[in-house]
Structure formats: C-alpha cells, structure tokens
Write a protein that binds this ligand. Structure first.
Ligand code: IMP
Ligand code: MG
Length: 176
C-alpha cells in the first residue's frame, strides 16, 4: 500500500477546489488520457463545482516497454473540438515526461485558449523531459505503482488505493 483510499480522496478533493478557484467563470474541458486516467478523472470532475466538459484521448508508445521509446502515437483524439477552449489535460502519472510533453504538443496544435496539465502522480526522479505540471496530486518515489486506474499488464486498475508492486524487477518493464 502506497496511498490509501482516504488520502487519495482528500487530495483529489483539494485539487478539484483549486481548479474550481482557478477556472471560475469559465467552462473548462478536461481531457483524460486513456486508459490510466479514467478513475482519477471520474473522481476529479465530481470534485470540481463548475460547468465543465469531459473528453478523452488515447495514445500508445511503440513497443511494450516501460522506458518510453519517445515515439508517442495518437490512437484516437478528443471527440469534440478543443479550439478556443480552456483545456486541462488529465494524466494518471508523469514518469519520464515523454508522453505528457508529446500530448501537450499535439493539443497546442489545435489552439486551445489555455492548456494546463493535471497529473495524479509524478515520479520526479525519472524525469527525462521537463514538463510543467500545473496540478499534481502526489510526488512518488521510483516504484512501479498500480491501482486507482493504473495497471500492470492490464490488471489492478480497480484497486481503490494505490499500491507499489513488490519485487518489481525487469518483469514490470513489460507492462506498458
Ligand atoms: P512517461 O511517458 O514515461 O511519462 O509515461 C507515462 C505513462 O507510463 C503513464 O501514463 C502510464 O501509462 C505509464 N506508467 C509510468 N509509470 C507507471 C507506473 O508506475 N505504473 C503504471 N503505469 C505507469
Ligand atoms: Mg497513461
């Protein structure tokens, strides 16, 4: 167990309150990166007391490796137009930073009015590409984590808390 359910709930609630304060009078569009962000996103939007919209996109890194290859491909994009919108990209975790940087770059290309990044987790020690995270839930050590939407080989997304995989050696490198 790394982060119990109650701590997740409290932190997500306070992120929601900050976003509400920052976006007062606006109608932001929260764009979740599938699949990992879906649990966080569901809780986060319910913690933001504002009119808002939800959208999702999906990316894949080439190859089944944990070390981002740096090649991030958009599998499907947001369903609605994000042009001129106040967009908040919602990620489960920023690890090397490669995925978030690529996706932010793609989103900038559709000319939103504003663009910010919200990530539940940040493995700061692994950053290879600097990325500014406007809203971060928890900074965590370099452990492979599962639960609350995050998976290992597709499993554990339904854990209501965040856990570190024990004995995580090279095997977990296959999980992406
Ligand atoms: P980055 O491009 O290295 O920042 O990778 C980010 C993506 O890798 C996340 O969106 C996750 O899908 C995945 N990822 C990185 N670390 C973990 C972890 O500890 N558990 C589960 N997925 C992870
Ligand atoms: Mg992800």
């Amino acid at each position: 167990m790394l982060i119990p359910e109650a701590r997740l709930r409290a932190r997500v609630r306070s992120l929601g309150q900050r976003i509400r304060a920052d976006y007062r009078g606006r109608e932001p569009v929260l764009v979740g990166v599938l699949q990992g962000s879906f649990v966080f996103m569901a809780d986060l939007v319910r913690a933001i007391d504002l009119p808002l919209r939800c959208d999702f996109l999906r990316v894949s890194s080439y190859g089944e490796r944990t070390d981002s290859s740096g090649r991030v491909r958009l599998v499907f994009g947001a369903a609605g137009s994000l042009r001129g919108k106040d967009v908040i990209l919602v990620e489960d975790i920023v690890d090397t930073g490669i995925t978030a940087r690529r996706v932010l770059g793609m989103l900038r290309g559709v000319r939103p009015r504003s663009l910010r990044l919200c990530a539940l987790l940040h493995k700061a020690g692994r950053t290879r590409e600097a990325v500014r995270i406007d809203y971060v839930g928890f900074r965590i050590p370099d452990r492979f984590v599962v639960g609350y939407g995050l998976d290992f080989a597709g499993l554990y997304r339904n854990l209501p808390y965040l856990a570190a995989l024990e004995g995580a050696g090279l095997g977990v490198q296959l999980s992406r």
